[in-house]
Structures are given as structure tokens and as C-alpha cells.
Design a protein around this ligand. Structure first.
Ligand SMILES: *[C@@H]1O[C@H](CO)[C@@H](O)[C@H](O)[C@H]1NC(C)=O
Ligand SMILES: *[C@@H]1O[C@H](CO)[C@@H](O)[C@H](O)[C@H]1NC(C)=O
Ligand SMILES: *[C@@H]1O[C@H](CO)[C@@H](O)[C@H](O)[C@H]1NC(C)=O
Ligand SMILES: *[C@@H]1O[C@H](CO)[C@@H](O)[C@H](O)[C@H]1NC(C)=O
Ligand SMILES: *[C@@H]1O[C@H](CO)[C@@H](O)[C@H](O)[C@H]1NC(C)=O
Ligand SMILES: *[C@@H]1O[C@H](CO)[C@@H](O)[C@H](O)[C@H]1NC(C)=O
Ligand SMILES: *[C@@H]1O[C@H](CO)[C@@H](O)[C@H](O)[C@H]1NC(C)=O
Length: 360
């Protein structure tokens, strides 16, 4: 954790000063969502997640022949979240889900007003993958989760999880097979009212829903208690391709309706696309380094060799204690949100039982 803060602190001198905000646009006026505004490919066989594009939390990440999200000990739930949002679009993820009872591998698209699209892969279930969605945080109905039988276990090798999202319909594909279509006017989406339709960002992570501290319904949903003697649990992501079907630099909620018609698009190039299209710059150079080298730099920094190493690598690191503290505070808030996200899932499962009498 301390190491990660240090690592991100190294780069945050180069990042624009931003403040962490969590704000529900249905209740209040919120800052704009930075757009992706184009097509981006993140190939984790070649590079690590750029910290200027992806926020990471709640556990260490490792890169080798893919991005490794590993739970090494109880309490960890490594997650990455994109700083950019897409306003309709397509997300393709090549993932090998983690094996292990109670362990969930998740691919989530989520908006500020809690529209959400999910893939949830239950570590102990080798025959089904789950798709789900929420509109505006409405959790009062629990019939949206669907379990799809699959031929090849999601824990065996990489599988292609694709979501294609337009204002007319949402499609979930597993290895190119269309598993599910949700239309805007589907009764399940209350004829559009709870159809996901606001700018969403991308979140990928692994967590333990079979933790004995969680309620029994969550644990049942997770397939049983996590067996901590089986540590570590690892989810692998080889790559992510994302297309934003809108172009522009920012998305803003024009009112409190949460309807797609209310979203205002600001033109121009997005910060994310500018970063992605940047010729190998300082951050590119950082990302191009092997994780071993980066770890070395971090350890070096911790040992007080920041200036020396920075000079050697041509980094310009002007990062005071105050900045580092700010970053740590932002990280802490983000971790709080992750906890809430898990709380939210927990509540969802609990409600699922009371509403459906043991559907899961
Ligand atoms: C990601 O981290 C940066 C600081 O490094 C922060 O400004 C930004 O708001 C974070 N994004 C999210 C979605 O939490
Ligand atoms: C936002 O408003 C909704 C009702 O419109 C309410 O249920 C929800 O609790 C409010 N959320 C916050 C964060 O105030
Ligand atoms: C996997 O999920 C399906 C659908 O919910 C369920 O019928 C099956 O029993 C599950 N398998 C295991 C091993 O839990
Ligand atoms: C939430 O969903 C339920 C069932 O799908 C529906 O009856 C209810 O009206 C919805 N609430 C809102 C605020 O949309
Ligand atoms: C993943 O599946 C989608 C949907 O079928 C397809 O368009 C895409 O080409 C696939 N990607 C890879 C890498 O196979
Ligand atoms: C992304 O697209 C490229 C082709 O442009 C393809 O080679 C790669 O496999 C795709 N990756 C994912 C994760 O779908
Ligand atoms: C957007 O980027 C392109 C190429 O990177 C550049 O030519 C153009 O001037 C930029 N537009 C704006 C509004 O900054």
C-alpha cells in the first residue's frame, strides 16, 4: 500500500491536479465526466495500466504476460477504474477469471448516477457466467441477474467478455456468442427508466464475497466460504479494448433526470485520448519499464534516492510531502468507495433473498 502510494506519487507530479469527487447527479450538480471520446486498446501483455488513465486500489497489481489481480491475503481486492467515461460504446475484456470458492472476478461499467452493467464470475462455478445491470441505483427488483451456461469454464484460459451498448440496446457476448440482449424499452428496464444510459467508466477487480464477515446470503451467492488456505487467488486480464460511441472531451448531466437526452457533450480532444496518443513520453517511458525496474525505482525512492534515480531516468520529480499526502487522501477515499461498492453488492444480495426467497 505504502509502496503503491509512493509509486503513484512519483507520477502524480506529472498529472494535472484533480480532486476526488463522488457526486450523484440526480441529487445535485456534479463535475463533468472526462470522456474517452474515441477508441483505445490497453494491451497488458506489453504495458502496465497507465496511472494517468487507470486508478488502482486495494491490493497490489503485477504485470508479466498480463495484468495480475491477486488476493494474497484476506482484505485485499485489487481493482482498477478508468478515469475516462464512455457515453454508449463497446467494452472488450480478455480475462481469465479467478478460481476459488467465494472469489468473484468482476467487469463493471458504472455511472455517477449508478447505472451499471456487470459481468460477475463466481470462482467456484465453472459452468455459468453472470450478467447483470442496474438503472439509477434501483435495487428493488432482483430479477436482472442472469446466469448463462458456457461451454468452457471461465477459470480455464482467457475468455472474451464483450458488452456493446447503444441507446437502443445492450448486448453481452462471451467468446463471440451473444448471451443476452436488453432493449431500452424492455419491461425489465422499466421501459427505459432503468436502462443504463448515462456516461459510465470501466472497473475491473477481484474480491472475496465468501468472506465469513459477510452475511450468509452473500456467501451463498458466492458459492460458499472462501478457503483462505488456498491463497493466492488470481484474476488475469490480458487486454481491454474500449470504444466510446460519442466523441468529445467531457460529459455533463444537463438536469437531474439521468436520461441520455439530458447529457451534454463538450467537444474537443479528451485528456484520455491525448494521453493515449502521446508519443512515448515520460509516462510512456515509465510504463515501458519492466515491473521489476519500477519496483526497483520505488524501493530506491523509499530509500531516499529519488533525485539520483530521477536524474538517471530523466524524470522530473517535484513531489512534496503535501502532494503525497493529498494523493494518499484521494486513495483513501477511493478505497472507501470500493468498500461501499462491496457493501452495495452485499445489500443487493441480501435484498435478493428477501425479495425473491432464495433465488440465488
Ligand atoms: C483517480 O485518481 C486521481 C488522482 O490520482 C483522482 O484525481 C481521480 O479523481 C481518481 N479518479 C477516480 C474515478 O476515482
Ligand atoms: C438522491 O436522491 C434519491 C431520491 O431522488 C435518494 O433516494 C438518494 O438517497 C439520494 N442520494 C443521496 C446521496 O443523497
Ligand atoms: C453455477 O451457477 C448455476 C446458475 O446459478 C447453478 O445452477 C449451479 O449450481 C452453479 N454451480 C456451482 C458449482 O455452484
Ligand atoms: C425500481 O424498480 C422497481 C421494480 O423494477 C419499480 O417498481 C420501481 O418503481 C422502481 N423505482 C424507481 C424510483 O424507479
Ligand atoms: C470479442 O468478441 C467480440 C464480440 O463477438 C468480437 O467483436 C471481438 O472481435 C472479439 N475479440 C477478440 C479479441 O476475439
Ligand atoms: C483489441 O483489438 C485488437 C485489434 O485491434 C486485437 O488484436 C486484440 O486482441 C483486442 N483485444 C481485446 C482485449 O479484445
Ligand atoms: C485534437 O487533436 C488533433 C490531433 O491530435 C489536433 O490536430 C487538433 O487540433 C486537436 N483539437 C483540439 C480542439 O485541441
Amino acid at each position: 500500500m505504502a509502496r503503491r502510494i509512493l509509486l503513484t506519487a512519483l507520477c502524480s507530479a506529472l498529472a494535472a491536479a484533480q480532486t476526488w469527487t463522488y457526486c450523484n447527479p440526480l441529487n445535485t450538480t456534479c463535475p463533468a465526466n472526462p470522456a474517452l471520446g474515441g477508441h483505445a486498446e490497453f494491451d497488458f501483455t506489453k504495458e502496465s495500466a497507465n496511472p494517468k488513465i487507470w486508478n488502482m486500489t486495494a491490493g497490489p497489481m503485477k504485470y508479466g504476460s498480463s495484468a495480475e489481480f491477486t488476493i494474497h491475503e484476506r482484505g485485499q481486492s485489487p481493482t482498477i477504474q478508468s478515469n475516462f467515461f464512455i457515453f454508449f460504446g463497446r467494452l472488450e475484456v480478455m480475462m481469465q477469471a479467478a478460481a476459488g470458492t467465494g472469489i468473484i472476478s468482476t467487469i463493471v461499467l458504472q455511472s455517477d448516477d449508478l447505472d451499471e452493467v456487470d459481468w460477475e464470475i463466481i470462482g467456484g462455478n465453472r459452468t455459468h457466467v453472470e450478467s447483470n445491470f442496474f438503472g439509477k441505483g434501483n435495487t428493488t427488483s432482483y430479477d436482472r441477474a442472469i446466469y448463462h451456461p458456457v461451454d468452457v469454464a471461465p477459470q480455464d484460459g482467457y475468455h472474451n467478455y464483450t458488452v456493446d451498448w447503444t441507446k437502443e440496446k445492450m448486448e453481452w457476448y462471451y467468446d463471440g456468442h451473444l448471451l443476452r440482449t436488453l432493449r431500452y424499452d424492455d419491461p425489465l428496464a422499466l421501459w427505459g427508466k432503468t436502462y443504463p444510459q448515462t456516461p459510465m467508466n470501466v472497473r475491473l477487480g477481484i474480491w472475496s464475497a465468501g468472506d465469513e464477515s459477510l452475511n450468509k446470503y452473500t456467501i451463498e451467492w458466492a458459492g460458499g466460504l472462501t478457503d483462505w488456505s488456498k491463497l493466492p487467488f488470481t484474476m488475469l486480464i490480458k487486454g481491454i479494448n474500449v470504444t466510446d460511441y460519442s466523441t468529445g472531451s467531457e460529459y455533463t448531466y444537463g438536469d437531474h433526470s439521468g436520461s441520455w437526452q439530458s447529457i451534454k457533450i463538450k467537444g474537443g480532444n479528451s485528456t484520455a485520448m491525448t494521453e493515449i496518443n502521446k508519443p512515448v513520453g515520460v509516462s510512456g517511458r515509465w510504463n515501458a519499464l519492466s515491473s521489476g525496474t519500477r519496483a526497483g525505482i520505488v524501493i530506491g525512492a523509499a530509500a531516499g534516492f529519488v533525485v539520483l534515480i530521477a536524474a538517471l531516468l530523466g524524470f522530473c520529480i517535484v513531489q512534496g510531502r503535501a502532494g503525497r499526502k493529498e494523493k494518499a487522501a484521494a486513495d483513501a477515499k477511493w478505497e472507501e468507495e470500493q468498500k461501499d461498492l462491496n457493501e452495495y453488492r452485499l445489500k443487493m444480495m441480501k435484498g435478493g433473498f428477501s425479495a425473491e426467497g432464495g433465488k440465488y
